[in-house]
Design a protein around this ligand. Sequence first.
Ligand SMILES: [Zn+2]
Length: 875
Amino acid sequence: MAKQDIPKAYEAKEYEDAIYTAWEKSGFFNPDNLPGERTESFSIVLPPPNVTGTLHMGHAVMLAIEDIMTRFNRMRWRKALWVPGTDHAAIATQTKVEKLLMAQGMKDPRQELGREEFLKRVEAFASESHDTIVNQAKKMGASLDWSREAYTLDEARNRAVNTVFKMMYDDGLIYRGDRLVNWCPRCKSTLADDEVEYREHKSKFYYFKYGPVVIGTARPETKFLDKIIIVHPQDDRYKDLVGKEFEVEWIEGPVMAKMVADEAADREMGSGAMTITPAHSFVDFDLAKKYGFDVVQIIGEDGKFTAAAGSFAGKNAHEAREEIVEKLTTKGLVDHIDEEYVHNLSVCYRCGEAVEPLPKRQWFIDVNKAFAFKGAELANMKKGDMVTLKQLMQTVVREGQIEIIPDRFNKTYFHWIDNLRDWNISRQIWFGHRVPVWYRGEEITVGTLPEGDGWEQDPDTLDTWFSSGLWTFSTLGWPDQIDDLKTFHPTTVLETGYDILFFWVARMILMTTYTLGQIPFEKVYLHGLVRDEQGRKMSKSLGNIIDPLDMIAEYGADATRLSLTIGSTPGNDSKLSEAKVAGYRNFTNKLWNISRFVFMQVEEIHHVAESEIVPKTLADHWILSHFCRLQVDVTNHLEAYEFSQAGEKLRDFTWGKFADWYLEVAKVQKDESTDSILLFILERLLAYWHPFMPFVTEELWKQIDPETMLIVHEWPVVSQSFYHSESERWFEKVQGVIVAIRNIRSEYGLTLKQKVDVVLVGAIPDDLSKLVELFAGVRKLTKANKKPVGEFASVIVRDIEVLVSLEGIIDQEAERAKLSVQYEETVAYIKRLEGKLANEAFTSKAPEQVVADMRQNLEEAQKKAQTLTQQLTSG
Ligand SMILES: [Zn+2]
């Protein structure tokens, strides 16, 4: 389009979809299609969103940050790969579909539909949800390589899952055992330890007479078969009873009880004695294993009593609690009841139901068993060394092979691993990777379906984190083909929310170090939660959810991205409001208008090489000096994953320097050389902004070079020869003078039309007098060596005395008061500088330029103080 056709305002929704389509068509999201020789690679996997619904602000912030990383590295001439995918999220998706089916009138969808038909419904839901998610990611501008898209439950990932399962099984790391599991009676499935949440809960706490002791419990319904009393070995109260058996009266009649001494007992708690319930308490289960006590299940998977509960068999355990207490009351066995007992109740993180620990035959991964290390790429480890999974997970972070940003999360990571128990990987749900184990009578086959008839596959499925734990390498073709794996693995960085450090990040480290003997990623960048402007979590019940799609429709994707990245730092929660997004829409418009101005201003739009730049004026030197500084800062910040700092510096330069000052200067010094500088800076500025605001920059790029796309432009480097500290200093002085005159004008309530006469006492270059005249509403500017006679409002800017003639309207008393405030401030400033310069520890370490600048500042301040003294004494 001809340059005069550029619209005055940028309407994001008129451009964004077309630009995204053009990027997709270009093929540049796929690193195999990128132009030029690229030796280094950059790779990152998208944390796969669950196919349970739509994207929220948490996803939007993740997409924004990862897209910045990917676009920056693509422009840095690396083979940049960002792998997309979605997660089947087994239990979450199945639960969601079950709820939907029940809302439509089914009572028990699994029973009514059967495995095959039920799974079809879940898959249909998952597929629809997938399409929505992909569409939303595109709206955000995410430059994901869709040709490599993966799904945690597709065939390729299934081969990876089955292969790893078999490897671990053969190494003796996967075993089947009867263990206590966290059971959710509503989801009818086991939960991993970290899928259990704790909720403060008030209930009754009961004290019962149990033979010679009093025992306390919140759950009398589990106590039917209690017959072991544990006391502390040093508890003198019971030393005569330890090791003895005796009869006690109990719920279903007399039982033979035995007293055992173990340090697990707490002497300070109640009577210091407790009975144990191995089948329904993790602590008691461990004790039972230690001493070989029976483990008998009293509550079943349906939450009802088993036959072991005698006359209560078949009743709902929770509901029968009061009935049991009544029975014990009748027998005179209730000692007392604490009505105000507050404790942490374990609940299912999916549905909130109280978790029931119960014994179950499950598949586990042993995290403490030694096996022969397979790889050769981990610090302090050789192929064949005997290691445990726990050790692998600890070593790679401790040795710095994986760096967690921010590093305060290292502590939480190690703490979690120290407390890690064997990982229960089987789930009693249908949606997921089915456990790759087949049985025929006593025979068992692992990995692939064996030949011959009569084999029956294990009915359970695998924990969803088993497959997402393989994500960095299963998405790169392992185990089928490994070209991508060679180029892109280990991946460069993993970017995700700190809330899934354990759920996901730690399991990826476990799975990858085990399978490949490699780290999955070099860095982990953890972003925080996006909260509302008052700092509250966004939730349906609070009605404070901001939908990223609404923001994109209203303000554009670029504005939405900026509002999520500028001002947010790793590991910390951030606040978002619609006003913030609107503010960044204004900034997007500002960039559009800056570009539009440049395009209109210059004779001809074209690429400008660095060699064509000839700075002539102080303003030229000043802007170029700041621009080369900006390039270094922005590049360094982005390489260091400091996105907010990079964005802030870009914004300050673009608005505060380029637009507010240099474009104004350009209006005055209109010539070929200025045109070149405008174009030189704008072209590169658009490139630096591209990772943050890809749409508007790509659209503007069409004006500069309709033949190429900004997405594959090489990251510009600006010569450090433009660095010019003297000009920076001078120009800042002139800015100071202009600001000072403007302030005086506004203090005296002058309108734009009321021009003033100004006298500058001090040295100021000729070509900048003009700027002062233009920008400060000055009628006549005179330079003088000393203050002339007359009435002036005055301010001192560094070593320049600014005198604004206000004959007739100034208040002498007020002026003097202002002058003495200035004088006091200047004296304090001189003292600070003198103190610093006298400090040898400082002057010997600080860069020469800094010290030199400081000396000059001191000299100027001393002059200023002198002038002020004169003014104050002369009146
Ligand atoms: Zn549940």
